[in-house]
Write a new protein. Sequence first.
Length: 439
Amino acid sequence: MMMTNFWNLSFLVLGIALASSRVYAQTEASAPQKDSLLTTQEKKSPFEIAVIVNDEVITNYDIGQRLRFMIATTTMPRTQETMQKLFPRTVEMLIEEMLQRQEATRFNYRVEPAEITAAIATMEKEQGKPEGSFLKFLEANQIDKKTVEDQISTQIMWGKLLQQRIIPKLTVTPSDLARANQQVNNAEQKVEEVNISYLTLPMTMGRSEPETKELATIITQKLREGANFRVLGAQLAVKELTHLQPSWIPMRDLDPVLATKIAASKFPAVFGPVQTPTGYQILHVLGKRTSDYRVNVEVFFKEIIMTLAEHAQKSEVDALMLIAQDVRRNPGTCTNKDVATVNNIDDLQFKVNYVRTKLSDISPDMLSLVRPLRVGEVSEPFASPDGIRLLKLCEKTDLPSADVDEKKLTLKVKEQKFRQEAVKYIRTLRRDAFIDMRL
């Protein structure tokens, strides 16, 4: 069974929470042997500058240590291939954290050692683990504790800044409450969405930023000429070219300039390349639709879970995804746990559950998957801590209007606005920063 690792950190603005399900003994037993997972960055001069962010630097050592930490706290196999895949996102995270730390320092926010100690103690307590077990986990996985302490410190500082500089400025207008009340009470909400897929080309060792830009421009041109978006990476022998499955995104959530360009386009359309802190991104817009964004709706799902071994290899994951696509075409009925294309569910470690819930109780990421489904339709396969999942929508029922607690509604609107402002803040810091990639 695929499980999340014990120390999977998730830092929130007003608190630090730890999400995990693996017992500590398993984590300790699976720790790598000394130097068995030296990353490409660590094999280079460890304190060589990899990225300059304004007047501070990120070194090869910083990147290597964060990669180790990410590997230790995910279900991904402990291989150099995994390191390479995580590399772009790791660099991006470190850049973002450095910008957060610089901004918090500019406003004289500080973190005392006791605050970091308390945060670690909270993690251990929430997981029912003994005092000191977190540091033992880091040691067993050859992770410098300063790497994680710096991450915790940055998140605490950033949280203080947002809490004191953003929250007091948030206002909730009568029109805000009216819109929120409409949503709760199931008033029809027509929202324009676009179906977008992203192609990401990261900068890597051995390819400079100008070379990456040139290659991204070539790829964009080939896409506009009709090349297959999914297989282009293989055709150009660019292994690190990442293609993400298309997803429906509300137009209102896009950058206004991009949204204007998309609105005036014929589909399919290709946009880019757009530079990111770690490379270039190309957007493939497949189409547009109008969706009903009501959330006061009860849904009933048939949930199909295909579990994987704890340290499954990429070939095993790919094979299971192929099976999942077959299952998606023939998921069986909503009244029977059988899956039409599978003869022996137990041998393939399949699980079938039935779930009844409200759309308003589903996480935003999951909601984007299930909102477009009509009764009888099945979601695209998606990865989860338990394995590969699919959801078949069996029932969808409008719920009656409910009396709304104005205080709770106001708090909900403030939370939404807070998240939006926090995202805008970091985007502004990125836009104004000097970032020099030397990878």
